[in-house]
Design a protein around this ligand. Structure first.
Ligand SMILES: N=c1c2ncn([C@@H]3O[C@H](COP(=O)(O)OP(=O)(O)OP(=O)(O)O)[C@@H](O)[C@H]3O)c2ncn1[C@@H]1O[C@H](COP(=O)(O)O)[C@@H](O)[C@H]1O
Length: 112
């Protein structure tokens, strides 16, 4: 996915915070609150896991898109956006997970 569509979605999701819940699915989620949004993230996460387990390519893509979309709504509701997550991924880019974990273990910090 290009990060252009993520940026455009961020803008739409932010604008929907002030929209009519009757006219907009996203506005309905924002109005319902964080618990409703988190329930959707959890549902979509489970559906993504099931799709991947079943191995149907189209289902995996469809469910992952649902998961990413609802995660973006969650970020928006928390006053964040995709840019913050992309920046974190960029920061990690090229840093081996094994090296990063070893550095954490050496610091005695295994909480994250
Ligand atoms: N990308 C999406 C998107 N992906 C999934 N969905 C909706 O997310 C819901 C997925 O939930 P489920 O599959 O569980 O379906 P459901 O049973 O109807 O959902 P619930 O009643 O359980 O909440 C469906 O209603 C989908 O239509 C999305 N709704 C909106 N967008 C984007 O958000 C923009 C703003 O949408 P509105 O706020 O509706 O204008 C749109 O223009 C799109 O770009």
């Amino acid at each position: 996915m290009s990060d252009e569509i993520l940026r455009r979605l961020d803008e739409v999701l932010e604008a929907r915070r002030a929209a009519d819940p009757q006219q907009s699915y996203v506005a309905g989620l924002h109005a319902a609150g964080i618990d409703r949004i988190l329930r959707k993230v959890g549902e979509e996460c489970t559906e993504t896991v099931i799709a991947a387990k079943n191995g149907n390519r189209d289902d995996i893509v469809y469910e992952t898109a649902d998961l990413w979309f609802h995660s973006l709504v969650m970020l928006s509701h928390c006053g964040l956006d995709s840019e913050a997550v992309l920046a974190e991924l960029e920061r990690r880019f090229g840093l081996s997970g094994v090296t990063e974990k070893a550095a954490r273990d050496n610091k005695g910090d295994s909480a994250r």
